[in-house]
Design a protein around this ligand. Structure first.
Ligand code: ARG
Length: 710
């Protein structure tokens, strides 16, 4: 609105007024109106302050800008008085009503003078008419009035609902404007507050939608659009709350505000009034809810809950030994079920095994897949154990879930290591499991040092005696060209421990260093186990071929330190009552323990014995033995162990080398290998002792090379 301040020129206005008035004065009757458009001005009776003429009429039209009113105040008033102002008067009018008629000098019962009161126009226009009749009894000075444009406070005055601001009203001089609460926008009518609600998309399977601000009055002049868009196959249902209030009309159907629902080519509504539309089944997966409000009315609005379901799928039966989750009476579009099997069973689908399987109800009421079957877990044929066997504890050699098996070793020659029951059960995962070892398998290891046959205590050893068959089942004969040349002992079922010096050619005495070319070929000799007689065949013998030779790395040919070696056989020996390994020393024997040495070595007079001979002798104190050999300048080192009696007699001799020196472990009750025959000064001489390689010292090397464990 143009608010240019009026120029304060009352004199200018007045001059114009005089000019117009004087022109009209000649006609004396009806005068054209004097137009006043300034924001203020002065209006005087003709000739003021002299007396006004008779028979005159002057009209003033006061127009102020919109948003203002005209306020008129008389500073002076002196007109002829007449009953009901019949003669002279001033009449103040608005466009369509008479605001006041004044005459006289002072107010009476029938006449009115303006006095101190101001007259205010209801609008921006006011007209004034001055009239005098043909005669004046006296001299009257007329009137002098001022008018001003005054501001209207529309915010206070516009109680008329049609015109008031919807939310906030702000008055200013000459006008007013409206504004809206947060979240609303002013409509182009500059009066009502609407909301932007034309873009609401719902994609969840259920939800709540309501008119803005529900249950407070919904905004005016708004067009809200709510879209629900779901996958094809869903049918949307709407449920309006009972609390429903949309502006209504008694005769016309929803002329002002309404809610309408479009679902495909169907339309529901328009709805308005106070009766809720209740439930609406749209049978559509994509709908639009339109809500229109006009620029008036205070109504609570509406609220609805929507849900979507699809076609049902046929009931599914869980597989045998399985279940379906979640378990429901009916399944509809998009419902998913997970099929799982009982413990010990798993899903088998298209040859693929899995723990769970999911199927989904699809549009049109079809399941995405058939229900798979539950197959029992199968551990399959259990692995075999060398020297052992498996027995099934469940009928028909079943290998499925909860079947049991029992491992055992070829008793009494093999035993289970570690010492466990060997019971395994097929678990739910299809794996054989033992309570002791889990999925690990035990192994069958040869039983050592436990001959079936024992010495008869009656025959006490004097100078050695023929052993009994099978009392040293670990002894091995190294055999070449029809003759035994050394002894040895069986470790595990395919290793022989013997003396290193048995396995190489004679060295140059000048430079007795062992080269690999000095070692004899494994194919140049044979190992015979289960042997008893020296040169005649035994029913119990097993001839085996050595495959590799391992000389102790610290072996010194010149001094016979570490005179110990290992032979690996090309195949395992068959363990039986006559062929059985010896145990490793456990270091528990006494320093002067009795030991048994056996072999097919030379007897006195250099004769070979008929059969295996054994002697029983005590171990010799290391210092004593060292002392005995010091005279001969032969070194007894830590890796050597001596045995024999001081007076001599019982001793090993040529051909016994590599053979076993054993003792009975007092804790284990098993025979263990203490030494291997190595050397001596002569055989059975007084104050000389047999010298043996100390097996305990070489044990780490032996275990490492052979891998034998008992
Ligand atoms: N070096 C002899 C051999 O090749 C064994 C000597 C054992 N001698 C003894 N008196 N203990 O068979």
């Amino acid at each position: 609105m143009n608010q240019e301040a009026p120029r304060a020129e009352p004199t200018g206005g007045k001059m114009r007024y005089f000019l117009v008035w004087s022109l009209c004065a000649f006609h004396l009757i009806k005068a054209d109106a004097i137009e006043l458009t300034d924001m203020f001005g002065e209006i005087q009776s003709p000739n003021f302050p002299d007396s006004y003429p008779s028979d005159s009429e002057v009209n003033w039209n006061i127009s102020v800008p919109d948003g203002f009113r005209v306020k008129l105040y008389f500073m002076h008033f002196d007109l002829e008085s007449s009953y009901l102002c019949e003669y002279d008067y001033v009449k103040v009018e608005s466009e369509d009503q008479v605001l006041a008629t004044f005459c006289g000098r002072e107010a009476t019962d029938t006449e009115q003078t303006p006095g101190q009161q101001s007259i205010i126009s209801p609008g921006s226009y006011m007209s004034l008419m001055f009239r005098s009749d043909f005669s004046n009894e006296e001299r009257f000075t007329g009137f002098d009035a001022h008018y001003t444009a005054v501001d209207i406070d529309e915010c206070l005055e516009k109680s008329d609902e049609e015109l008031a601001c919807d939310h906030h009203c702000h008055n200013y001089i000459g006008g007013y404007y409206c504004s809206c609460r947060f979240g609303y926008i002013l409509h182009t009518d500059n009066r009502t507050c609407k909301v932007e609600c034309s873009d609401n998309l719902f994609t969840q399977r259920n939800g709540v939608i309501n008119s803005p601000d529900f249950p407070r009055s919904y905004p005016k002049s708004s067009d809200c659009l709510y879209r629900i868009e779901l996958e094809e196959g869903f049918f949307i249902s709407l449920q309006f709350e009972d609390n429903f209030d949309i502006e209504d009309h008694p005769e016309v159907s929803c002329p002002y505000d309404y809610i309408k629902i479009k679902a495909g080519n169907q339309e529901f509504g328009p709805f308005c009034g106070e009766k809720s539309p209740g439930r609406i089944e749209t049978r559509s997966n994509s709908i639009q809810i339109l809500f229109h409000s006009d620029n008036s009315g205070e109504n609570e609005g509406w609220k609805l809950m929507y849900t979507a379901v699809g076609d049902p799928c046929p009931l599914v039966e869980p597989p045998i030994n399985g279940k379906i989750e979640p378990s429901q009476a009916t399944y509809t579009f998009k419902d998913q079920v997970v099929i799982s099997c009982s413990t010990g069973y798993h899903i088998l689908k298209d040859d693929v095994e899995s723990e769970t399987f999911q199927i989904e109800c699809m549009k049109g009421g079809m399941w995405s897949n058939k229900v798979p079957i539950c197959k029992i877990a199968d551990c399959k044929t259990p692995p075999e154990l060398d020297y052992g066997l498996v027995t099934f504890s469940t009928p028909h050699n079943r290998t499925t879930y909860q079947s049991g098996i029992q491992y055992s070793c070829q008793h009494p020659y093999y035993q289970m290591v570690p010492n466990v029951t060997g019971t395994y059960t097929c678990d739910a995962g299809g794996v054989w499991k033992s309570p002791e070892l889990g999925t690990r398998l035990p192994s069958c290891q040869a039983v050592c040092g436990k001959p079936k046959f024992s010495r008869s205590l009656l025959a006490h050893i004097v100078n050695g005696r023929y052993a009994k068959r099978g009392i040293s089942p670990w002894i091995a004969m190294l055999h070449r060209d029809g003759l035994p040349f050394c002894g040895g002992s069986l470790l595990g079922n395919k290793w022989i421990v013997t003396a290193a010096h048995c396995l190489h050619h004679e060295l140059d005495p000048e430079e007795p260093v062992l080269r690999s070319s000095d070692v004899i070929s494994p194919s140049s000799f044979t190992v015979i186990l289960g042997k008893y007689r020296t040169q005649r065949q035994d029913d119990t013998e097993q001839r085996l071929q050595p495959q590799s030779i391992f000389i102790h790395p610290s072996y010194k040919a010149a001094t016979l330190q570490y005179d110990i070696a290992l032979l690996e056989l090309s195949e395992a020996a068959r363990l039986n009552d006559y062929v059985m390994p010896v145990c490793f020393p456990d270091g528990s024997h006494q320093e002067d323990a009795m030991v048994i040495v056996s072999g097919w070595g030379k007897q006195f007079l250099h004769r070979l014995p008929e059969a295996l001979v054994e002697i029983e002798i005590p171990l010799t104190d290391h210092a004593v033995c060292k002392e005995a050999y010091a005279k001969l300048q032969k070194g007894i080192t830590e890796d050597m162990i001596c045995a024999g009696e001081k007076q001599g007699g019982k001793d090993a001799c040529s051909g016994d080398s590599g053979g076993p020196m054993v003792t009975l472990g007092n804790q284990t009750g098993q025979w263990q290998l203490i030494g291997t025959v190595s050397w001596g000064d002569g055989c059975g001489l007084n104050d000389r002792y047999g010298v043996y390689s100390n097996v305990l010292l070489s044990l780490p090397w032996i275990k490492q090379v052979t891998g034998v464990q008992y």
